[in-house]
Ligand binder design. Sequence first.
Ligand code: SF4
Length: 331
Amino acid sequence: MNKTPRKAIALFSGGLDSTLAIHLVKSQGVEVIALNIDIGFGSTKSKLEHMQNMCDQVGVELRTLDIRDQYLREILFNPKYGYGKNFNPCIDCHGNMFKIAKELMEPWGADFLISGEVVGQRPMSQRRDALDLVTGLSETDDILLRPMSAKALPPTLPEREGWVDREKLLGITGRNREVQLKLAKEIGLENFEKPGGGCLLTDENFSKKLAEFVEHDTLEVEDIALLKCGRHLRLPDGAKLVIGRHKEDNEMIEAAITPKYTKIKLLNAVGPIAAISANASELDKELAAKLTATYGKTKPEEKYEAQVGDEIFTTSPFDSKEPCQKYFIKT
Ligand code: SF4
């Protein structure tokens, strides 16, 4: 073994595989920096605390990088290798992440890259041929080590140079997580299940909402937060309406309102917070007020005031929620 201390950047999702991949390399005396790249489509629950906890347990530094803008401009709508089952361009997404990590190697003084990918684990991005496509896209060649599956793959530079001992790496393939769980237990890893689900681009309902959105509008980073919460409706003149389902949604909608949207709230009844396209027609605003009232604590025979931006609309809710259904975006 070459004893010169080496440094690696690990692509880190917060998941078990990437945590164990870090452990396998770190425990061989390599300094590892865990890099989490934010593409904007993580689920709503904050994962930062979880990621920090995982990094603390394996004793490495966590760094995060926000690439949401670049991802929307260059990857999401034009993936060279297409999409998975939903709106997930996983091969291009991984390729892009590794390319970015490679660019950071010099400024961060790293010698190689590692990832938690496991051959054959995911249908799209972790098939054997897909791993090669990712390596090709990112031009990472043999500086990219996949410690979880290393023994099932050709030796990479860090292995050939003796910076890491290939024999101490794993050769996992497929979806079975037995080896991972056993190793997690051995090293005493705790609370490693990720909170709040994974990437929303792999979620069927979210993907349909996103596809519908881009039929009407250009997606910008600021639009993503609103896509993650509430009931989504499209009104007859083309305005988008998002109505909160519960307190957490209402808070998220309030926080996600940008100049492209106008807030709606009921003035004399308890009800949801809603957001409507700022350029909505008067007819759409009027309907939005009625729809918002329908989801409030209201009675069809009563009149209510709904504030839509600077305007006040007097409205009554529909008799039931049934007439609202036709405006819902189909997911
Ligand atoms: S699941 Fe999401 S974050 Fe992961 S590679 Fe696919 S698109 Fe990228």
